[in-house]
Design a protein around this ligand. Sequence first.
Ligand SMILES: NC(=O)C1=CN([C@@H]2O[C@H](COP(=O)(O)OP(=O)(O)OC[C@H]3O[C@@H](n4cnc5c(N)ncnc54)[C@H](O)[C@@H]3O)[C@@H](O)[C@H]2O)C=CC1
Ligand SMILES: O=C(O)C(=O)[C@H](O)COP(=O)(O)O
Length: 378
Amino acid sequence: MKILADAHIPYLKGAIEHFGEVEYLPGNQFTKETVKDKDVLIVRTVTRFDEEILAGSSVKLICSATIGYDHIDTHYCDTHGIAWRTAPGCNAGSVEQYVTASLLLLAEKKGFDLKEKTIGIVGVGNVGSKVEAACKKLGMKVLLNDPPREEREGNADNMFVDLETIKHEADIITLHTPLTKTGKYKTWHLADERFFNELNKKPVLINSCRGSVTDTRAWKKAIEEGLVSGSVIDCWENEPDIDTELLEMVDIATPHVAGYSADGKWTATKMTLQNLCDFFHLDIDPVQLMPPIPAPDDPVIDLKNIDPHRQTTHAVLHTYNPLKETEALKKSPEKFYYFRSHYPLRREYKAYTVINADPVPANVLQQLGFHVEFLKND
Ligand SMILES: NC(=O)C1=CN([C@@H]2O[C@H](COP(=O)(O)OP(=O)(O)OC[C@H]3O[C@@H](n4cnc5c(N)ncnc54)[C@H](O)[C@@H]3O)[C@@H](O)[C@H]2O)C=CC1
Ligand SMILES: O=C(O)C(=O)[C@H](O)COP(=O)(O)O
């Protein structure tokens, strides 16, 4: 079997060789010529897979080591005998960590208390549900919007609200939908000029799903007109050539790395190898082929000398602080693709042990997923 794999998929090298003859290329160097004689493509979101690149090739299976799949022309694949697989939920915990760290940072920077804030979550799937759980643990009021789920599952206990309610009541809005360009619930430019004009509480807007779920021009105008009080962007329109004016205007700006925890990447690779096994009916356990996830350099977080009011923020930012990446991206936006391909993968909360926390933050941190060593009298 001939396999072409993206060279920037962690934990793949050494494992995928058990399945066939493998060639590696950076995702932005996949071409019609390089995919032509391959049976399987192991891919990321940086390459578009449509008729232009796939026509006339021998590709039978595309495995994307990602949650999102808007980079695959699924209609073309479905009608041309090309199977495609993804890794649902693989890095949802990592995106939750990104959103939580951003919320705690902004609360500190702008001087507000998250417990007094209402967050509107648009898209409540694998990621949105984890963000919902984390926000509740931080004491926030949560509003959920997911019309496709509402249609399928009904709206018992008014679990879901419409987008109008979110625009009216939310102090923070975070987007976690797929990017879809057609259909009843299409999300392309969901946050357009009208969306921004209808915001009631000058909310903070967070986009860590896909760039084109928001309209860049409208977002810039909204910032200029004071319709939003803060902006967090991980996913941009037209990556990697992002809008540098918007970049300068936002509080937190990262190069599409919300999902880049070692935990998320490891799971993505495991699911990808499992997809291969399932497709070709191979009795192989991917975990046996993969290295373990490396421990963090600094796995113990000592909160002894930290003000109890800052302990949760301190611990979460110890695991991940998006301000460092913001600074680097603002300084060198042309390195967007480079930053993504040379990313020092972070660990999620479960890789860390918290010691000397006060009882209240200790409970919050434990619920978020940290190991917590409770003080004797707790
Ligand atoms: N920045 C990053 O590194 C990452 C970004 N993502 C993005 O996040 C997206 C969401 O991921 P998951 O939660 O795992 O996907 P998911 O498929 O589990 O959930 C998406 C949810 O959005 C809902 N939805 C669809 N259209 C909607 C609309 N018009 N309004 C409101 N809700 C709508 C769906 O019903 C579904 O419940 C992915 O499709 C991907 O684009 C995912 C992982 C990492
Ligand atoms: O999983 C997704 O969907 C994402 O957006 C990924 O985090 C992006 O990962 P890469 O395509 O850069 O590997």
